[in-house]
Write a protein that binds this ligand. Structure first.
Ligand code: GUN
Ligand code: FE
Length: 435
């Protein structure tokens, strides 16, 4: 079988999706057609005998793997990345974050920063990103244009804030917030790029009136849009939420206004109750675990096992600039660290989250959260080729790696590779980054 423009990737390939089994196959081949669809996968000798196409042979310390899905990050916070990690959430928002975000009213600043953000995330292997933007509609569009031009799959959210007890200069009128959200959604869809979609983005209950949340819930339903927000991240934040909504639990506030759908991404979710986890599971909503940010802002430690046992899907996010790194590989590493902290706290001896589970969190579970796991999240036949080629030998001396099994190489990539290892990044078959 042959078709013009097929590419055949040959070498060590991460094709598994079950963390209890082997994720990486040696001497494997994946065939990608000219539309960017994976049309075959199997033992290299069998595939090469059956398919014609350009053969791309991976190096001995290279891995082809699914692209990373960053299910939660803030584009307008990249200007602060790695800086200002000395305050807890509410003070951090007031002191460092809202002042930076308010600068995005300036169109030139917004365009320059958004271009850099997309370059930065693509170069770290993020093939799908769920971005929070600022409250400014033109800024959301500028971000979407960058995703579209640079070839990233993205969900772009114009952020909604119509009451802001933390910064009175950074908010919108309720009606304007709704109208601008509809405008941004129309304009983003009007770009005509099926890789880039708008997403409903109420910042958190603390910054949204009931009337705003109700309108956004309706819009999400009518326009079939995914939803992203923050929940139960920090004890001070939960206290403030309770003062504003004394009669409801945190998840109830969102649920009451139609915001807890099966494409709802709830960042942090550290202090959920059992009843909240049960409701999330019933509704098909997902937790986005943001471990880097949870440590940096001293918010808390998510217990994955409790969430997993409640059958809630867990995706991963960098949460820049609450998180200090734009790399989803670092997010996977920090997720394992969270699990080990729980292991220590619980006086146990084995950690719940191994590198394979962390990898699935950062790939397939992100796709599940967005209900695009029929399209991306793994390198299975029929899916779109969103992928990363990583050369582990570019970060580590190859003398150390000589006897590695393919899964051991993946483990080292997750645990101690750095961005030098990211060699090629593909979205729907198109190369969008190379180094
Ligand atoms: N809660 C509301 N806004 C934010 C934000 O920008 N970052 C984090 N980590 N939590 C939030
Ligand atoms: Fe966040």
């Amino acid at each position: 079988m042959a078709s013009e423009g097929d590419k055949i990737f040959v070498g060590k390939i991460v094709v598994g999706t079950d963390p209890a089994g082997e994720l990486t196959k040696n001497d494997w081949a994946v065939v990608v057609d000219s539309h960017g669809i994976i049309n075959a996968s199997g033992n290299k000798d069998e595939i090469v005998a059956r398919y014609d196409g350009e053969i791309i042979k991976l190096g001995p310390y290279s891995l082809l793997m699914p692209g990373f899905i960053d299910a939660h990050l803030h584009a307008p916070q990249f200007g602060n990345i790695g800086a200002h990690q000395d305050l807890p959430l509410l003070d951090w928002l007031t002191t460092y974050t809202f002042p930076l975000e308010s600068k995005f009213a300036d169109k030139n600043f917004s365009e320059k920063m958004n271009a850099a953000v997309v370059r930065s995330t693509l170069s770290r292997g993020t093939t799908t990103a769920c971005y929070f933007g600022t409250i400014y509609k033109d800024d959301a569009l500028a971000l979407a244009i960058q995703c579209s031009e640079q070839g990233q799959r993205a969900y772009v959210g114009k952020c909604n804030i119509d009451s802001n007890p933390l910064a009175t200069y950074y908010l919108e009128k309720t009606a304007e917030s709704v109208v601008d959200t509809a405008w941004a959604a129309r304009e983003i869809r009007g770009l005509g790029n099926s890789l880039v979609e708008p997403i409903i983005t109420p910042r958190f209950a603390v910054s949204c009136s009931p009337s705003l949340m109700e309108s956004l819930g309706k819009m999400a339903k009518e326009e079939n849009m995914a939803i992203q927000t923050h929940i139960s991240e920090n004890e001070g934040e939960i206290q403030l939420m309770k003062e504003l909504f004394p009669n409801d639990g945190y998840l109830d506030v969102y649920d009451k206004y139609g915001l807890v759908s099966d494409r709802c991404l709830l960042a942090h979710s550290i202090y959920l109750t059992d009843a909240e986890r049960k409701k999330m599971s019933e509704k098909g909503a997902s937790i986005v675990h943001c471990p880097d940010s949870n440590f940096a802002l001293m918010s808390g430690v998510l217990d994955h096992k409790v969430a997993d046992d409640a059958n809630v899907n867990i995706a991963l996010g960098t949460d820049v600039s609450g998180g200090t790194s734009a790399s989803m590989v670092d997010a996977m590493r920090y997720a394992e660290l969270s699990s080990k902290i729980n292991t220590i706290k619980n006086k146990q001896t084995t950690s719940y989250l191994n590198f394979k589970k962390a990898f699935i969190f950062g790939t397939l579970n992100g796709a599940k959260a967005l209900k695009i796991d029929d399209q991306v999240g793994s390198l299975e036949v029929g899916k779109e080729f969103d992928a990363v080629i990583a050369d582990v030998g570019a970060s580590l001396e190859t003398a150390f790696l000589e006897n590695d099994s393919p899964d051991e190489l993946l483990e080292r990539f997750i645990h101690c590779a750095d961005p030098r290892s990211i060699k090629n990044v593909f979205v729907r078959g198109k190369e969008v980054f190379s180094s």
